[in-house]
Each structure stands twice: as C-alpha cells, then as structure tokens.
Design a protein around this ligand. Structure first.
Ligand code: HXC
Length: 551
C-alpha cells in the first residue's frame, strides 16, 4: 500500500527548519542522526537499569552499617520472589523549583514503588530509599507514591509503605508540604476500603510520621526506626529538653507509650516476615471476605484446660492470652499493641478456619479494668474488623472502668465512649463470651447484647451485675446497716441475697441478656458454632454522611 502521508524524515526535517527557510528556500536535505540499532538501545536501557538497581555503593554501605537494608532488599524480603513490578523507575525530580539538591537528579527520586504478591495475593508497595536525599519526600517522590496508592484503591489491594525518610524535602519548600497533603488525603480515602500497612524502618520525621498514624497497622524495628513530628534538635531549641532520637521516638516509645506502633521487632527480616503473616489474614478490600483456611471441625472440640486456666475466685489473676490460645486454631494468634494498654488484648486469629478479631480483658494487668488507653486500643481494633468484615469475639472478665482522678481528668468518659461507639456501629457477626465477671458500664461496653452482640454466652461461674455485692449492699442498705447493732451479720446476709438473686448468669439468661450458659470446656465449639450460624449476617448501616464518633 502506498502512503499519501509525508515520510517521517521529511516531517522531522520540516519541524527543525526555521520558518523563513521553509517558505523561501528550497528544502534543505537534512537527515536526522541515524537511530541506533535496537540491540544498542537495549544495552543502553539495561546499563541504566542496572545502575539504578545497584544504587550508589557508599550509600548502600551506609545503610548496611546502620543495620538497615536498602529499599530493594526490603522489597525482596517482603514480596514473593520475582513478583515485583516496578513503576516509575526512571522518575527524577524536575529541579524546576526550590533549591537545587547539589544539582542532583537521581532516578527513582528516593522511593521504589510498584506492586507484587504475598502468598500469591496482590499488594501495592512503596519503599523509601534513605540513600537518596535521606528518603525525603518531594514532588516526584510523592507522585510515585500516589500512583501506588491510587492503583491499590482502584484494584482493591492492600497498600504497604516501607518508610525510611527525613520528612518533607527541605529544598522543595511548600511543594513538599503539598505533596504530603496528597498522601494523607489518599490514606483517608482508602481507609476502610483497603487495608493500609505502614512499616517504619528508619527515621520517620515530620510529615512522614502521619502515614503511620493514618494506616491500619504500623510496624517498627527497635534501634533503627524512629518517629516524631519534631526531632531532638528542635525539641532542645524550643523546650530545652535534651533527648536522643531513640528516647524521643524509638520503637519502645511508640509500642509502650504513644500507641502509634502496632508491632515491634528486633530486626527488619522478622518484621517483614510478620507483615506477610498479617497480610495473609486480611481481605484485599472491604468487599472481599477475609481469606479462610480449611475448616478444622472445631464445633465438636472440647478444651478441658480452659476451666483450669480461669480460676473460680473472681479476683485471682490469669493470663487471658492462654484462653485465646485454647480457643483459636493451632493456638496461633497475632496480638496487636502487645506492650500498650496491656489490660485489654486485641488479636487476629482463626477459629475453624475463619479469621476473627478477638478482644479480651486481661486480668493480669490492672485486674482487667478498662481505662482510657485500653478503650482507645480496643475501639480502633473493633472499627478495623468491622470495616473489613472480620467477625468479633469478645472475651469478658472485667471488674469495671478504672476509677481515679487520673482517668477522669484524662477523659475516660470520652475514651470509653469510643469503644462504646465502635461496638454500637459494628455490623459484623459479634459474639460475647463472659468468662467470670462483668460489672457495670464495662459489661455494657464489652459487647453486651444491649449494644448489638448477636450472641452472648456465659460460663456458669459468672458474676454479672451493676457492681460487686459488698459495694452494692453498702449503697442500697446504708440506712439499715447504720441502724443495726450487728451490721456485720446483716451485711453478710444481704451480700448472700444479692449474689443469689441478681449476680449469677442464669438471672441474665432468664432475661435473654445471655443466650446460653455454657460449660467452659465447650467454649471453642460454642464460638465456632456461633460463627457458622452468623456467617450470612447482613446489616446495612443507616443512611447518613457519617456519624460523629467521640475522638
Ligand atoms: C532533604 C534531607 C532531609 C530532608 C535528610 N536529608 N533529611 N534532605 N530534606 N528533610 C538528607 C541529608 O541532607 C543527607 O544528605 C542525607 O539525607 C542523610 O541525612 P543525615 O542527616 O546525614 O542522616 P542521619 O544522621 O541518619 O539523620 C537522619 C535524620 C536527619 C534524623 C532524618 O537527616 C534529620 O534530622 N533530617 C531532617 C528532619 C526534618 O526536620 N525533616 C523535615 C520535617 S518537617 P547528604 O547529601 O549529606 O547525604 C515536615 C513537614 C511536614 O516533614 C509536615 C506535614 C504534617
């Protein structure tokens, strides 16, 4: 076929020629430089790629000397072998604004972004590269993260960010701040739609610290990872406090005190290994079910050790994690915030193959009483499980809310309301198991039937009431006790009467507030049967823009 279009060389020659020449003079015969052959182009591309993949020697050595891996090594540990697909490898900063960074425009702009698989399931990832501009975030760097976030949301896959960054790239000025805003907005838009995981593997300064706070799970490594809004130098200048990076924002601080870190590790390898473990339990998005394992026949599985673990005496301590281990498949569970608000435990596990979220009071810490931190911890977990269709199993053994000025002044009312709100709003299958006691407001808040539990099970040894017998008798029989000469005898009779009439689980069961009183050994099978019964649960939230949960 003959083409009527001008040939490519003529078009190029015309475009390059000055206008006057085109009008007045005969066309110059100007051939473009010969295109190099494909083989040479391929070699050039491969050389550039291997240069980008290798990174600068001294920067790689510096990372290793700090006990850290490079961005690409980390992705290698995180993803299934050979599954990584990189996007924007050649991206560079425009150097069109702000101060020049030593005139330097390295490829990748300090972040490696793309997609890969974990146990065969797709995830989107970005890994900041501290070796380039300290992993700081500028326009091009952020644009790559946007791509990974947008694709994760569009395809309904989890997003994992490996953070190692000096924060906003100082040389780019307000452009870097604007770039952070775009990331935060995307985190919020993706919240409750896809799981978002942040892994802090180095400094996470300034703006960099808000991604961990906005994600569903934050992982940190001891000694090498730190998070803070303002670093030690600024702290010293403003407040006069002298503090090291680790003291200010190390893993211990965020795992034990601030509650920002969900999981902490001694090294990057075990940290990334657990990210894989977590991802294997999560759905890709809010419309997919969590990945189920084959059923174990837990519906006929007696656990005699349960009755031994939990003492009869209501005030004797025991470790609720031992109860959890008896209830879940293979005794295996992933505990969140292990070192923060330890009076409540939150864990992901499987029961008869089905992924569940477990919330439990922890009697070995503060006798399992709920305080502000425990309420916040459990509330966020309940909301995560609800957003991603993970059924909730709540193990109750609670003496009440922690009393005291510390708690009241610190806003226990507001924080306790968060947990209340989270449960009231949750539409996933919800099973409450009352092991030994459930008193007062804490009984209501720990997923009682009145706030929407679908099934409430109680052990026969239970005490469920507004308050303990002694305290109750002192309040309601104050006058009678004051009037009698033998107040000790009267008190003891009244306490017995209170216990017999109001406190045992059959009183709650007669009223339908407890659905069944179960033998402790049958707890695993009762929960597994309950989960099977509730599997088809559908409950639409009311039409509204959003509620106004206490924050
Ligand atoms: C540009 C940065 C950078 C940044 C580090 N670098 N942070 N470049 N912008 N924010 C560069 C350094 O210049 C250096 O470049 C290289 O990264 C390594 O940094 P070092 O300081 O040598 O490393 P180290 O001693 O390990 O200290 C790491 C650090 C420190 C603690 C992160 O670099 C630091 O304090 N950086 C500044 C942190 C900060 O204040 N960021 C801005 C926050 S404000 P060369 O060329 O020498 O290798 C912010 C606003 C957003 O983020 C708020 C949104 C809510």
């Amino acid at each position: 076929m003959t083409s009527v279009l001008p040939d490519k060389d003529t078009v190029i020659a015309e475009a390059r020629a000055p206008a006057a020449v085109l009008v007045d003079a005969p066309r110059p015969v100007q051939r473009p430089a010969q295109q190099p052959p494909m083989r040479q182009l391929r070699e050039q591309r491969e050389a550039l790629q291997s240069q980008i993949l290798a990174g600068r020697n001294e920067a790689v050595e510096r990372q290793h000397a700090l006990g850290k891996r490079t961005a690409r090594e980390r992705l290698g540990h995180l993803l299934d072998e050979g599954s990584f697909i990189e996007i924007d490898m050649y991206r560079r900063n425009r150097a069109a604004h702000g101060l020049k960074v030593n005139g330097s425009r390295p490829h990748t702009d300090g972040v490696v972004a793309g997609s890969g698989t974990i146990e065969g399931r797709r995830v989107f990832v970005y890994a900041q590269d501290f070796a380039i501009f300290g992993g700081s975030l500028g326009e091009a760097h952020a644009a790559k993260i946007y791509k990974a976030m947008d694709l994760a949301l569009a395809t309904g896959c989890p997003l994992i960010g490996l953070n190692d960054s000096g924060g906003a790239r100082i040389q780019e000025g307000v452009v870097a701040l604007d770039a952070y805003g775009g990331i935060f907005r995307r985190h919020v838009q993706a919240s409750g739609v896809i799981p978002q995981i942040c892994v802090v593997l180095g400094p996470c300064a300034g703006g960099a610290a808000y991604s961990p706070a906005l994600c569903d799970f934050t992982f940190m490594v001891r000694q090498t990872a730190q998070m803070y809004l303002t670093g030690p130098d600024v702290v010293a200048a403003v407040t006069g406090e002298q503090v090291t990076h680790e003291e200010l924002g190390g893993a211990a601080v965020h795992a034990q005190r601030s509650g920002v870190a969900t999981f902490v590790y001694d090294d990057e390898e075990s940290c990334l290994q657990d990210v894989r473990y977590l991802v294997a339990m999560l759905p890709g998005n809010n419309l997919d079910p969590p990945p189920a394992a084959p059923a174990r026949g837990a519906t006929a599985d007696e656990r005699p050790r349960l009755a031994e673990i939990v003492p009869h005496e209501p005030n004797k301590a025991y470790d609720m994690r031992c109860v959890v281990a008896e209830l879940v498949d293979d005794g295996e569970f992933l505990e969140l915030h292990e070192d923060w608000a330890k009076n409540v435990i939150c864990a992901l596990a499987r029961i008869d193959g089905e992924v569940v979220g477990i919330v439990g009071n922890q009697p070995i810490v503060l006798a399992g009483a709920l305080d502000s931190a425990a309420s916040q911890k459990a509330a966020r977990f309940v909301r995560f499980c609800d957003a991603f269709g993970i059924p909730l199993v709540t193990l109750v053994d609670v003496p009440g809310f922690l009393p005291g000025t510390d708690q009241e002044f610190g806003g226990i009312i507001r924080h306790g309301a968060k947990l209340l709100y989270a449960y009231c709003e949750a539409t996933v299958p919800r099973i409450q198991v009352i092991l030994r006691k459930a008193y007062g407001g804490a009984y209501i808040v720990m997923d009682s039937r009145s706030i929407g539990a679908d099934l409430s099970l109680a052990w026969p040894t239970n005490e469920i009431a507004v308050m303990g017998a002694e305290a109750a008798v002192n309040v309601i029989f104050r006058k009678e006790l004051a009037a009698t000469a033998d107040s000790a005898r009267l008190r003891s009779e009244l306490v017995c009467e209170y216990m017999e009439k109001l406190v045992h689980p059959y009183y709650s069961a007669e009223l339908g507030l407890v659905d069944d009183v179960i033998d402790p050994v049958d707890t695993r099978s009762a929960v597994a049967s309950g989960l099977a019964m509730l599997r088809g649960k559908r409950k639409a939230p009311p039409q509204r823009k959003h509620g106004n949960m206490p924050l």
